[in-house]
Every structure is written in structure tokens, then in C-alpha cells.
Write a protein that binds this ligand. Structure first.
Ligand code: OOB
Length: 541
């Protein structure tokens, strides 16, 4: 198990420092700064909690002491799977303060993903809530302890049973952050990549805090800003685009919403005067549908960020008339590059583009399939490199060879058009993943689960356009012996312990897959041919 690293060539490091992007702050020192600058201001609203910066910092330092007291050493990884509640920020800043490296799992992840993330990251501890959304995490924690040798501790927010209670962690608190090099990896984020199980994205203090600072500025944040964290806090979008970190950076207030449904979120907006939030397109549609009938006053909302998947212009145009706020399109990726429409951009740009990069040092290439630049306005494959875009995943030599060019550009897999002023319009994807309401699902991962069923001879998973979700998953299945049915397969996949959003929405049984004289066609070609044969004729409806 190697320590996660992220290394840029020296000449780039010098440039990013010289241009003021990398400022040498660590997340641990950031917490001290926030307390010193904003002490008694309101930092966090979550459930019953109303915590000032001083209180948040105090609790994080106590948690940090608790983590250290368990014998966790600086640089070690801790898997964090917490919903949007107060403990999320305490845990994360506590880990940073203790020099530990959070690994972010989504609350929706189940056994398969959690075991993989724990093992792959070399996690030494696992932080969970007792329950969330009707799911009991304790049996999952027992499994992680039993099956992942490195994991020695489980820490539980809520009823802890035989495990360590989050509330009982620490006593007086550490008095100073455990020193870390700002060029080191601060945390591991997960990729929504297109092959196999999620990959780990190592982000450094320097690179990530640059994206946080710059995002806060682009999104017009100040100490009066109130951010509603409606999407799962472990996602990059609510974390830093501009997210709760952006708002904390400038002394504003973070309001945690336990879920993004209008009934819950609208009440919080009215009660706390929320000024900015971020949503994926299907939720933005839901909010626009619900707003006219809502009894809550949403007039404090100034900016709605929408990203994670394409927001179609027709829907984008309705944001201001229905919600009375400015739309900001956000096209980002956990690997780095984030594009925003600017708040003062003309309406045409805000509605029809996915914005332009954060940084003057973000390098963006739009290339054809042979690697040649395409003219402005023509669609091509997006490649990027820059001061907050990774140069490689954690311990993934073959994925790294595929996903990065020899000179360090990340192949995003997105097809875009570059417009005047550097604005990008996302046209689609070259890669084989399904973007289901902003959650990325690897076709290959779901295929592997289906093929594990004895009644399945072969499977191919494709994206189906969906009016509401953007895309949903359709699995083409060739049966082996027997008559396995859709509902059996869905139950089987679910029972293998994967996030519910990965269970195929639709299953279409087909007699056989097309093969060529030399054997199987590529999965990519196969998926395309299946869509053509079965879906474009409406057979699957
Ligand atoms: C965000 O991050 P990820 O890592 O879950 O997914 C990245 C991928 C992009 O490569 C692109 O395919 C898609 O999600 N995407 C969009 C989009 N924003 C993301 N596609 C079309 N339009 C958009 N506005 O999803 C993410 C990270 C930070 C900020 C915002 C989103």
C-alpha cells in the first residue's frame, strides 16, 4: 500500500506558486485562520446545531485529539461516509487538524463500494452515521472491520453500539494543527469514471484550496453569504464549487440540508436566508416545479449553481423567472477543472454555455479523434491541465496511461465546443458512463455485477435519455440457461451491495450480441450497436 501522492513537474509548480495560486496554506491552518478571522460569526447550521467558527474549530480540535488518541498517525487515511449533518464538517476538519487524510464515500455507497474504497485507500478507520435514509450502517461497519485488514477503528455519529462514539472522541482538543506539507495529498475524492470500481483522486492542500479561493471570488461570496448544502457533502460540487468550503473561506454560513427535496430545502432557505446553493439539473427542475406552489419565501436566494450534468437551455431560461435568482452553470469534475458562467455574463451565455475555466492557467484543448485541434465552435474531445487538475489517480497505472497524455493532460471524456471568450458548451461524452442525475455510473461496473448472475450469459449497459434524470441505465442481457426475469436481476444486483442509483432502471433481454469473425466486437461498439438496434426503434419502450 503506497502513500497517495500527487506530483506536478517542477516547472509547473514554480509557475503555480509564482502566479499566486498555490499559497502554502493547509486545511489544518485554514481552520485556525477561520477561527481567528471570524470567531463568533455563525459558521454552521445543521439540525439543532448553530455553531460559530470558534465552536466549529473547538469541536474539530477535540475530534482531532480523539483521532490521534486512537493511534491514527499523520498521513494515514480515514474513510468518511457521513450524510449532511453537523458531524461531517467536524470530522473532516478534525481529520485535517490531526494531519489525517479523509477518503470521501457517498452515503449511498454500499458494501461493494465501501470495501473497495477502504482497501484501495489503505484506510485505518471508518467514520459513519448510525443510520441515514433508512439504512443501518453498523452491519456494514462490522463487515469492513472483518474484511479490510488495515481498518482498526469505526467511529459512529449517533448510537455507536460496540464502536467508538463520535461524541466521545477527544477531550481538551489539540492546540495546533499537525504540520503537513501543503504540496501533500489532503484527501482522496472518488471518481465517477467509466471503467470498473471508483478510482481515488488525490487532491493536495495547495491545489484544492486554490480552487476554493478562486471559486468563492467567482461566485461573489462574502461574509453575508449563506450556502445551502443540499447535495451530498462528499461530492466535489457542494464541497468547493463554491460549496461549503468556499463559504467558510470568506466567513459566511453553511446550512446543511439532510436532503435536497423542495419540502426540506425551501423551509431552510426561508428560515436562514440562504443566498446561494448548488443543484444537479433534475433537482433544479423539481425546485422550479415546486416553487410557485410553495408557501416559503425564497427571495433571499441570489444564485443557483447548476452542474454535474447538462442543463438544457430551455430549463436554464426558466430559472430566473421561476426562482427569481441568477443561474450559474457549473461544469466541473472531481479530477480538477471547473468552469463557471460568471454572474455578470449576458443571459445568452448563462443559458447556453457551461461556463469558462476558473484559472488563467487552466489549459484547455479541444481535439479531434486523431489528436488534432478542432476549430473554435466545432465539437471535440476536451483535454485539460492546470493548477488544480490532477496528474494521475492513486495506484492506477493502466487507467492513468489511458486517462492522461504523456505531457500530463487529463482526457476528460467530455465532448465540448469552445466558443468565443473560452466558454465551453458540453455536447456529450466519449466515455462509457451513464450520468444519472449527476451520479456517474460505470457501464462496466454494472455489467460485471449482472454477469455474476448464473442466469446471465452476457450483459451490456448503456445510457438511455430521460426527460427528468438526463440519462438512466438500460442493461441489455443475453440469458444463459433458464428464464431469469428483470426483477430477479435487479434484486440480485441490489443484494450484491451496491449504491441503489447503480441498479439498472431498465433491462432488455436480447437473443445474442453481435460478434465479428475474429471474436467479440469492442464493448463500446457493442453498446452503440445495441442502442441502434433496439432503442432507436422504440422496441424497449
Ligand atoms: C462533477 O464532478 P464529477 O467528477 O462527478 O463528474 C464530472 C463529469 C464531467 O466530466 C462531465 O461529464 C459531467 O460530470 N458534468 C457535466 C456538467 N458538470 C459535470 N456535464 C454537462 N454539464 C455540466 N454542467 O459533476 C462536478 C464537480 C464539480 C463541480 C460541478 C460538477
Amino acid at each position: 500500500m503506497s502513500i497517495p501522492r500527487q506530483i506536478w513537474p517542477e516547472s509547473f509548480e514554480r509557475l503555480y506558486v509564482a502566479n499566486g495560486h498555490w499559497q502554502g496554506e493547509t486545511f489544518g491552518r485554514m481552520l485556525d485562520r477561520l477561527e481567528a478571522d471570524f470567531g463568533e460569526r455563525l459558521a454552521l447550521v445543521a439540525g439543532e446545531a448553530r455553531w460559530s467558527y470558534a465552536e466549529l474549530a473547538r469541536r474539530a480540535r477535540v475530534a482531532a485529539e480523539g483521532f490521534a488518541g486512537l493511534g491514527l498517525a499523520p498521513g494515514e487515511r480515514v474513510l468518511v461516509q457521513l450524510p449532511n449533518r453537523a458531524e461531517f464538517l467536524v470530522a473532516v476538519f478534525g481529520l485535517f487538524y490531526a494531519g489525517l487524510v479523509p477518503v470521501y464515500a457517498l452515503p449511498a455507497h454500499r458494501e461493494t463500494e465501501v470495501l473497495h474504497l477502504a482497501a484501495k485507500s489503505g484506510a485505518r478507520a471508518y467514520v459513519i452515521a448510525d443510520r441515514h435514509d433508512g439504512f443501518d450502517y453498523l452491519p456494514l461497519a462490522r463487515k469492513v472491520l472483518a474484511e479490510v485488514p488495515g481498518v482498526a477503528h469505526v467511529i459512529v455519529a449517533g448510537a455507536a453500539a460496540e464502536f467508538t462514539a463520535f461524541d466521545g472522541l477527544g477531550d481538551q482538543g489539540l492546540t495546533a494543527p499537525v504540520p503537513r506539507n501543503p504540496r501533500e495529498v489532503a484527501f482522496l475524492q472518488i471518481s465517477g469514471g467509466s471503467t470498473g470500481l471508483p478510482k481515488l483522486i488525490p487532491r493536495t492542500h495547495d491545489d484544492y484550496l486554490y480552487s476554493v479561493r478562486a471559486s468563492a471570488e467567482i461566485c461573489g461570496l462574502n461574509a453575508e453569504s449563506v450556502y445551502l448544502c443540499a447535495l451530498p457533502a462528499a461530492h466535489n460540487f457542494p464541497m468547493s464549487s463554491p460549496g461549503y468550503l468556499g463559504v467558510l473561506h470568506v466567513g459566511g454560513t453553511v446550512v446543511m440540508s439532510p436532503n435536497p427535496q423542495p419540502e426540506v430545502a425551501f423551509r431552510l432557505i426561508a428560515e436562514h436566508g440562504v443566498t446561494i446553493t448548488g443543484l444537479v439539473p433534475p433537482l433544479a427542475l423539481l425546485w422550479m416545479q415546486a416553487a410557485p406552489r410553495s408557501k416559503h419565501d425564497l427571495s433571499s436566494l441570489q444564485v443557483l449553481g447548476v452542474g454535474g450534468a447538462k442543463f438544457i437551455p430551455e430549463a436554464a431560461a426558466r430559472v430566473r423567472p421561476t426562482l427569481g435568482c441568477t443561474l450559474q452553470q457549473v461544469f466541473g469534475m472531481a479530477e480538477g477543472l471547473v468552469n463557471y458562467t460568471r454572474l455578470d455574463d449576458p443571459e445568452d451565455i448563462i443559458i447556453n454555455t457551461q461556463g469558462r475555466p476558473i484559472s488563467p492557467d487552466d489549459e484547455v484543448l479541444v481535439l479531434d479523434d486523431d489528436g488534432n485541434p478542432v476549430p473554435e465552435g466545432e465539437p471535440g474531445n476536451l483535454y485539460t491541465r492546470g493548477p488544480y487538475t490532477i496528474r494521475g489517480y492513486h495506484e492506477e497505472p493502466s487507467a492513468n496511461a489511458r486517462s492522461f497524455t504523456p505531457d500530463g493532460f487529463y482526457r476528460t471524456g467530455d465532448v465540448v465546443r469552445r466558443l468565443p471568450g473560452g466558454y465551453l458548451e458540453v455536447r456529450g461524452r466519449a466515455g462509457d458512463h451513464i450520468n444519472r442525475a449527476g451520479e456517474k455510473i460505470s457501464a462496466e461496473e454494472v455489467e460485471d455485477h449482472l454477469i455474476a448472475h448464473e442466469g446471465v450469459f452476457d450483459a451490456a449497459v448503456v445510457a438511455l435519455p430521460d426527460k427528468f434524470l438526463g440519462e438512466k441505465t438500460c442493461a441489455f442481457v443475453v440469458r444463459a440457461e433458464g428464464e431469469v426475469q428483470s426483477k430477479d436481476l435487479k434484486a440480485f444486483v441490489r443484494d450484491r451491495g451496491i449504491a441503489e442509483f447503480k441498479v439498472p432502471d431498465q433491462i432488455v433481454f436480447v437473443p445474442a450480441f453481435e460478434t465479428t469473425a475474429v471474436g467479440k466486437v469492442s464493448r463500446k461498439a457493442l453498446r452503440a450497436a445495441l442502442k441502434d438496434t433496439y432503442l432507436n426503434k422504440g422496441d424497449a419502450a
